[in-house]
Design a protein around this ligand. Structure first.
Ligand code: NAD
Ligand code: UDP
Length: 344
């Protein structure tokens, strides 16, 4: 019998890419998603990519009865927990919603899993758990100190999982700290299509290149970086998805809690990403220099050495791959209602 994976948030941007890989690898996939930030046709799109369809349940991770129904019916070996709210700015305006869904939802889920004896868990954490003054590159040992409510919800869930595993060593947990995922599935069927006004760089870059918006606003050209613009560790969402499969393999071997940065290890500036976009798709996106965006750091990027050493995982795709695939999805995006713009 094939192993069953419960994937919360599995119709979202990152979760859908992981589901595509799991299905292609012959795993059974059960998705729970409330579709608050994704489209109901993602399961069909997954089927056309992999030839196999996931089971889909529409529901909220805060709904313990719904979770118990699904978990008791399918008895998943693994739970990959993507469901959550992810907009940094919104988390400042509505922190209760963020604590409710991201922390409360995770605790509800963990209680149900504990009741049914399921103790293999992969959590979508974030580079925002690190302290803003940490030295680059960020390793898993770098000081923690999230500086916005969203980051604090991720940090809190990490703590909960560490305490849970400390009290019951049969838990096997991966805390995956993502850096800046961009790009889309090679099929053009999965990707991130912002609703309304996007906040993230890549969808804004695509829109500016298409002439659908005014020129891209480059937030800050006076940072102490190579060219004055902000530097981030962008990684292709397909590489990020593969990291989840490697993390699951690791949990097969080792109990306890395992924390990994998932990034390329290379920082890219906004202006370098604009240049990579031009090299990849042949369009010079128009841009204008603007003041810094409040709350932004000048530069952060990962050391992915631990993931390479322990998981055998390394991001392979280039900035050009990320831009090309993001652009291809942007051109097709009439078909999709995947996640909302602002994220981390
Ligand atoms: P996404 O919004 O595309 O996916 C999240 C999915 O969860 C959506 O399909 C949404 O409908 C669903 N969801 C939201 N609240 C729910 C609830 N209460 N019950 C059930 N389903 C719910 O976001 P994503 O970019 O795919 O991010 C996935 C995870 O990775 C999130 O936990 C996010 O915080 C984390 N993360 C994302 C980034 C990023 O830049 N995208 C970076 C670091 C960490
Ligand atoms: N950025 C920009 N113009 C935009 C959107 C983003 O210059 O229209 C910059 C932003 O200041 C940061 C980088 O692009 O340096 C990545 O921003 P994003 O919002 O995508 O991710 P995050 O800030 O969460 O790392």
């Amino acid at each position: 019998m094939s192993e069953c994976f419960l994937v919360t948030g599995g119709t979202g941007y990152i979760g859908s890419h992981v589901c595509a890989l799991l299905l292609a690898a012959g795993r059974d996939v059960v998705i729970l998603d409330d579709l608050s930030n994704s489209s109901a046709d993602v399961p069909e799109r997954l089927e056309s990519i992999s030839g196999r369809k996931p089971l889909f349940y529409c529901g909220d991770v805060r709904d313990a009865a719904r979770l118990a129904e699904i978990v008791s019916a399918h008895k998943p070996e693994y739970v990959l927990h993507f469901a959550g709210l992810k907009a940094v700015g919104e988390s400042g305006r509505n922190p209760l919603a963020y604590y409710d869904v991201n922390v409360g939802g995770t605790i509800t889920l963990l209680r149900v899993l504990q009741r049914y004896g399921i103790r293999r868990f992969v959590f979508s954490s974030s580079a925002t758990v690190y302290a803003p003054d940490a030295v680059m590159p960020l390793t898993e040992e770098s000081p923690l100190g999230p500086y916005n409510p969203y980051g604090r919800t991720k940090y809190t869930v990490e703590r909960v999982l560490l305490d849970l595993a400390a009290g019951d060593p049969s838990w096997r947990v991966a805390l995956l700290r993502y850096f800046n995922p961009v790009g889309a599935h090679a099929s053009g069927l999965l990707g991130e299509k912002p609703q309304g006004e996007p906040n993230n760089l890549m969808p804004r870059l695509c829109a500016a290149a298409a002439g659908a918006t005014p020129p891209l606003t480059v937030f800050g050209t006076d940072y102490p970086t190579r060219d004055g613009s902000g530097v981030r560790d962008y990684l292709h969402v397909t590489d990020l998805a593969l990291g989840h499969l490697r993390a699951v393999e690791r949990l097969e071997q080792a109990a306890g809690v395992h924390t990994y940065n998932l990034g390329t290890g290379t920082g890219l500036s906004v202006l370098e990403l604009i240049a990579a976009f031009q090299a990849a798709v042949g369009i010079a996106a128009p841009w204008t220099a603007c003041p810094r965006r409040a709350g932004d750091l000048a530069e952060y990027y990962s050391s992915p050495a631990k993931a390479e050493r322990e998981l055998g995982w390394k991001a392979e795709k280039t900035a050009e791959d990320m831009c090309r695939d993001a652009w291809a999805f942007y051109l097709k995006a009439g078909c999709a209602r995947n996640p909302d713009g602002e994220s981390k």
